[in-house]
Design a protein around this ligand. Structure first.
Ligand SMILES: [Mg+2]
Length: 164
């Protein structure tokens, strides 16, 4: 069980992503969480740095798709400004949303990495799909009350996994 909660990589933020590592692992697509991964929670400001990073992903031959549990309107609006597709109201870690994302990317699960800031939605979801799991530190301290509660459990697990 604990194995399904263990990310393959743990990064400070998306900008530290090692593209060589992805290439070595035959990763062709990324399913990316939005809130506190690509953007600070509930923030819709898309920086030039983020746009440059998205371009870099594409230059490395990666297909991108956002998979978010958040409400459709804001996610779709952000995603279209970033020029990438999105699966909204994903109910991660449910497999359905990841399967939808896979379908959009049009590649196999072992060619996909999931990037997100939460163990129980992003990492667990990725692992049970047989995908590479990349965890980032949350981009801001703001989040849902429910997420805050889950962080307490998450911290216990992270300590157990000796990541922190
Ligand atoms: Mg998130």
């Amino acid at each position: 069980m604990l194995k399904l909660l263990l990310p393959d990589l743990y990064l400070d933020n998306i900008y530290n992503l090692d593209f060589e590592y992805l290439k070595k692992n035959n990763i062709k697509g990324l399913l990316i969480d939005l809130d506190n991964t690509l953007l600070p929670w509930d923030c819709s400001d898309i920086s030039q740095d983020l746009m440059d990073w998205i371009k870099k992903c594409k230059d490395w031959g990666l297909s991108l798709c956002i998979v978010s549990n958040n409400r459709a309107r804001r996610i779709n609006e952000c995603a279209s400004r970033m020029g990438i597709p999105a699966v909204t109201r994903a109910i991660k870690p449910c497999k359905k949303a990841f399967l939808k994302g896979l379908n959009i990317l049009g590649i196999n699960n072992d060619q996909v990495a999931v990037i997100g800031d939460q163990i129980f939605t992003d990492v667990f979801g990725a692992k049970r799909m047989g995908m590479l799991a990349i965890m980032v530190k949350p981009a801001s301290k703001k989040e849902f009350i429910w997420t805050k509660l889950m962080r307490i459990v998450e911290n216990i697990v992270l300590k157990q996994l000796k990541i922190k």
